[in-house]
Design a protein around this ligand. Structure first.
Ligand SMILES: [Zn+2]
Length: 270
């Protein structure tokens, strides 16, 4: 599933190819995505001024509104030459004045494309999201305030999109390892210092994934967009029973909130 780093990598990959370029036509080949794709005729003829990102949504900022795109479970965006043969599951195509086409490919069809005439962040999909993990509001003090007297396991808390967006299961496991925090610890038990370490670790893990994504940018633009580059640098996720890279203790696997969880019982003590 495309996570925040893959979405950000996609944004960086396609932005230079589509920003400042006019949309000549949008071709909806299959409107049956997660929500029916219904786009007004006025989208054609508008220039894509900027592509921004909020959580895992890409926002195509046009002159008179925005297209809000989600890649769902299996989606990717590619820029191809106009007229290139469609692949199965190419559901939406943007024919651009540059002579290229942007295509949304999504075998499982959990992705979406919405038109929104108003301020993009006021759209119902975006309005109630928590802070951005790479933004200025995200830090230890913010997390501590959000946690308050709650008693949720810290791993569930950090994956809650109303608290902070974009921290998927892999990144939560990895960040908790870096921060030395056991995934099951209740949030009301964490110290101020632990919250600071965790905020820093979340940021580090996501930035590293984006950085590694950057090395395969071409894949997002021209080929399949399957990530996998981040896998080699995982410390704990998917490694239960294998030795900790830091202390060689065998890593412990369990489930927290129904999600696969792996940690080092020696390195992650609080
Ligand atoms: Zn360890």
């Amino acid at each position: 599933m495309p996570e925040l780093p893959e979405v950000e990598t996609t944004r960086r990959g396609i932005a230079p190819l589509v920003e400042g370029v006019r949309i000549e036509e949008i071709i909806v080949r299959n409107p049956n995505l997660r929500w029916p794709v219904e786009l007004p005729a006025e989208v054609a003829g508008q220039t894509i001024e900027r592509i921004s990102r909020r959580a895992k949504y890409l926002i195509f900022e046009l002159q008179h509104g925005s297209l809000i795109v989600h890649l769902g479970m299996s989606g990717n965006l590619r820029v191809v030459a106009a007229g290139a043969a469609y692949r199965k599951h190419d559901h939406v195509a943007w024919r651009l004045a540059s002579g290229s086409e942007l295509r949304l490919h999504d075998p499982r069809r959990f992705g979406s494309v919405h038109w929104h005439a108003g301020e993009p962040l006021s759209h119902w999909l975006l309005a109630d999201l928590g802070v951005e993990p790479l933004g200025n509001e995200f830090n230890g003090a913010y997390l501590r305030a959000q946690a308050g007297k709650r008693r949720a396991p810290v791993k569930n808390f950090i994956m809650d999109a109303r608290v902070v967006v974009g921290v998927g299961n892999i990144y939560a496991n990895e960040a908790l390892f870096l921060a030395g925090i056991r995934p099951s610890v209740r949030v009301n038990r964490l110290s101020r210092a632990a919250w600071e370490r965790l905020a820093q670790a979340v940021r580090e893990v996501l930035l590293e994934a984006i950085r590694l994504g950057g090395t395969t940018l071409r894949d997002f633009v021209k080929q399949d967009g399957n990530p996998g580059y981040f896998q080699q640098s995982l410390n704990v996720y998917g490694r239960q029973g294998e030795p900790c890279r830091r202390c060689a203790t065998l890593l412990t696997g369990c489930r927290i909130g129904q999600r696969a969880t792996t940690y080092c019982r020696s390195c992650q003590q609080n």
